[in-house]
Design a binder for this molecule. Structure first.
Ligand SMILES: [Zn+2]
Ligand SMILES: [Zn+2]
Length: 363
């Protein structure tokens, strides 16, 4: 079997033959069907996210269960699954309150690039190799908690997107903000995740969904995903344009999906009284924001963060796929290219140039 190995920052991936150990107690061997290529993969390659090569990555995957280790009861050989990129433990305080994305065990396992016990399952050239999810590999081993069984009639190349970008975007609107029917929403940044915030807000019944982006093509795409209005800051101050569309009041929720501190500060000004700014984009570590403090008590404005779309994995991922099968939510329109694993570096280059919505690796 083969996998794309990242040996060093800013180096291309090398597709190599790998060995994979059998799944251990509580683990699942997955034959990958498809993997989205996410911007976070590029951030790891560029050394922006704290994950050290050499490593096998890829974290937006869907596949078929090939074998299970001892004690695994929730999936069996042949089941179709989406992989989550956090290995939540399932029984800590945060998991217990329905916030598995905040699980400490998940954070530790994710950062270490190993399994819960810190050991590895991959070997390349006889040497142990760490992995994070490992959807850029024909097969991977992950903890049972990281596989979500899904209905078998969803094509895996569509289902994989729910593993990261779609969950993050749709979840920000449905779970984190809990957008209500009639709400007014603005979404800053109409890339892959932004489009999903837009369709999530539309699904929740938002009356106005205002897409904000500097690129007209992206605004056009945003309309396909449910944006009712578009704002290009090149043609005038975004806050003023948003207020003009909302009786001078601003929006109930402004989602920042870029990770730019200046845009975050601007977006706060487009939030109406009682509304919230939701930060979805990940700013560079160490940066701070400055906001008018009086707006918190006197206008009841607030700021919240959204991580991975505040998911309850085994509830949200299947229901998103049900909505897709019912044609209420778009997945395939997010995909601009399907490529084999050998072309992983091409997929990364395309993403870095900002061309197309998303590439999917097909196995
Ligand atoms: Zn991702
Ligand atoms: Zn936990």
């Amino acid at each position: 079997m083969r996998a794309a190995v990242l040996y060093g920052f800013n180096e291309p991936f090398k597709v190599e033959t790998i060995e994979l150990k059998d799944p251990q107690q509580g683990e699942v061997l997955v034959k990958m069907g498809a993997s989205g290529v996410c911007h976070s993969d590029l951030s790891i390659q560029r050394g922006i996210l704290p994950m050290m090569p050499p490593i096998i990555i890829g974290h937006e995957g869907a596949g078929t269960v090939e074998a299970v280790g001892a004690g695994v009861t929730s999936v069996k050989k042949g089941d179709h699954v989406v992989l989550t990129w956090l290995y939540s433990c399932g029984h800590c305080r945060d998991c217990g309150r329905g916030k598995p994305h905040l699980c400490d065990t998940a954070a530790m396992a994710t950062m270490s690039g190993g399994m819960y016990d810190g050991t590895t399952r991959f070997k390349v050239g006889g040497t142990d190799m760490r992995h994070w999810v490992g959807s850029f590999s024909e097969y991977t081993v992950v903890p049972e908690q990281a596989v979500v069984p899904i209905r078998p009639d969803v094509p895996l190349e569509s289902a994989c997107l729910v593993g990261c970008g779609v969950m993050t975007g749709v979840g920000a609107a449905m779970n984190t903000a809990k957008v209500e029917p009639g709400d007014h929403v603005a979404v800053y940044g109409c890339g892959g995740v932004g489009l999903n915030v837009i369709q999530g807000a539309a699904l929740c019944g938002a009356e106005k969904v205002i897409a904000v982006d500097l690129v007209d093509n992206k605004l056009k795409m945003a309309q396909q995903f449910g944006a009712t209005h578009t704002v290009n800051p090149k043609s005038g101050d975004a806050t003023e344009q948003i207020k003009a569309l909302t009786d001078g009041k601003g929006v109930d929720y402004a989602f920042e999906v870029i990770g730019n501190v200046n845009v975050i500060q601007d977006a706060f000004n487009a939030v109406r009284r009682g509304g919230k700014l939701v930060i979805v984009g990940v700013p560079q570590i160490g940066l701070s924001i400055s906001l008018p403090a009086f707006s918190f008590p006197l206008e009841e404005k607030g700021v919240i963060g959204s991580y991975y779309g505040s998911p309850r994995f085994r509830y949200d991922m299947p229901r998103i796929l049900d909505l897709y099968m019912a044609k209420r939510l778009k997945l395939d329109e997010l995909v601009s290219r399907k490529l084999p694993l050998d072309q992983i570096n091409t997929a990364m280059e395309i993403m870095e140039k900002g061309e197309g919505a998303r590439s999917v690796i097909q196995y």
